[in-house]
Design a protein around this ligand. Sequence first.
Ligand SMILES: C[S@@+](CC[C@H](N)C(=O)[O-])C[C@H]1O[C@@H](n2cnc3c(N)ncnc32)[C@H](O)[C@@H]1O
Length: 301
Amino acid sequence: MRQAVYGLPPVDLAEVAGDAVQVSPLIPGSARLEDLSEGSLDVATVLAPPGTVERRYVLAQILRALVPGGRMVALAPKDRGGTRLAKELAAFDCPASDQPRRHHRICTLVRPPAPAGIAAAIEAGGPRHVDNLALCTQPGIFSWDRLDPGTALLLANLPPLKGRGADLGAGLGILSRAVLGSSAVTALTLVEIDRRAVEMAGRNIADPRAAILWADVRTPGTVPGSLDFVVMNPPFHDGGTEDQALGRTFIARAAEALRAGGMLWLVANAHLPYEGALREAFRSVSVTVQAGGYRVYEARR
Ligand SMILES: C[S@@+](CC[C@H](N)C(=O)[O-])C[C@H]1O[C@@H](n2cnc3c(N)ncnc32)[C@H](O)[C@@H]1O
């Protein structure tokens, strides 16, 4: 039985075989969903993502890979797309049973011989160039089609940097592209957990000084050491829930990676209590600017 799983469905809601191939772009080392060949799966379990275009893309990719007669279990929290799942599957000509359980909706279906609209959903959710950002991007990536206001504030206040640095949670590479505008930057490591963003950053940054890693910043040893600078707009959500611990881990990793005297440039929502974590790990900390609900910190190791 050839099985795949997308994401980490709660164990009490969906059973997943131990040998199922993981295809979520948010789990470093997973297989590429897009590389599954047609008819290569007998069973798939999908913890469907919250964005509509992204979710339809994932469901369509899985339907493409399932053999006719193959089985899909797709589930999502009710308030994060779950209530729309059955309707979206019906639009692919795939009627599904729809079961409510523990704030989720769980849809089960057998793939018909010819689902409808798969190619269109894959096209709509696939990579493309967005002119207003002048970047390659894909629905589902953080702030995929607009400049995040926090990122914009950091961009507007970042001085020309020099030496070796890192961009933690680099996304599409917007900060990195600006950093690499300084010819005094000799090397830059981008670390990003979302494989789609890693692929798009690879297209957006064609610079021999840049190394792009598909990795979790929380994993020790991921970020190189003795750096002169780190830039970041750290995530404050993990799987849709606010997670301040994630931001604090990013701060700790930046502190470990910097040489004595090295500089961290960080932007965050002003309401996030990062100042304590910064003061614990850095010799000096200042707020460079606060505007529009965001704060840019400059911290010296
Ligand atoms: C607030 S966004 C900033 C993206 C980009 N730097 C920008 O300014 O537009 C945070 C990024 O961190 C990534 N991320 C979240 N958790 C991560 C982790 N544990 N390790 C590495 N990257 C992570 C997200 O996928 C997202 O791209």
